[in-house]
Design a protein around this ligand. Sequence first.
Ligand code: NAP
Length: 233
Amino acid sequence: MKKRIILITGANRGLGAATGIKLSEQGHHVIFTARNNHKLSILKKQLSHQHSSVDFIPLDVTRPDSIIEAHHTIANHYPQIDTLINNAGIYTSGTVDISTINDQAILEAFTTNTLGPLKITQQFLPLIKQSPEGIIVNVSSGMGAIVEMDSGSPAYRISKTALNVTTKLLHHELYEQGIKVNSVCPGWVRTEMGGPSATLSIDEGIRGIIWAATLKKKGPSGGFFRHGKPLQW
Ligand SMILES: NC(=O)c1ccc[n+]([C@@H]2O[C@H](COP(=O)([O-])OP(=O)(O)OC[C@H]3O[C@@H](n4cnc5c(N)ncnc54)[C@H](OP(=O)(O)O)[C@@H]3O)[C@@H](O)[C@H]2O)c1
């Protein structure tokens, strides 16, 4: 197995933390990032004993100053990023209808779930280009798939559909440069976001993210996957 340097956003809890822990157990070097320094230091305390190949850096995906600062720190320490996992996300306005939703709710979800991954990708792209096999994973959702489009959660759905479009566009621009870009839906997972009634455990939810984050050189790009199986957009 090739050891990868992996950067994950929103990695202080839920799918992001579990994905980072599993990848570091597999021997990869994982840079955990989170917007909340306090939560990051708790995670650091928990992991530093048993996981040696880890790093912890503050990063709020909605704040340009935070993105620039995190990039500065990382670029000073690492020659390349092999995998970027855009995992940070928010779920808002679940019970609101599209016919009544206000601009603010849509913009809030869009800023974190769509623009966040795009800005992070833009900032870290020079480092990803240094990798011989760069990979970008956008953690999306079946709720953003047009073929599965249902009612409810309009802000979240719009933001994840737009994230999927971003994945496709990045794929077309970056594939020839050896960088694979995919969207992944983890399924409905028991995290703070998914809630206790969700059908999947965190271990089950992260499998497809780990698969996409460690694809072989000839692996797919420009696709949408759940548990490693293609999904329709
Ligand atoms: N759970 C599901 O059923 C499910 C289904 C489909 C897709 N997903 C997607 O999977 C991803 C992870 O979800 P999850 O279930 O693990 O959710 P979660 O438990 O709510 O965790 C979300 C993570 O994102 C972080 N975050 C939010 N806004 C951020 C920002 N501006 N900058 C940096 N980090 C930020 C949170 O940090 P704080 O602790 O600071 O809030 C937290 O670490 C999300 O993109 C979500 O849309 C989840």
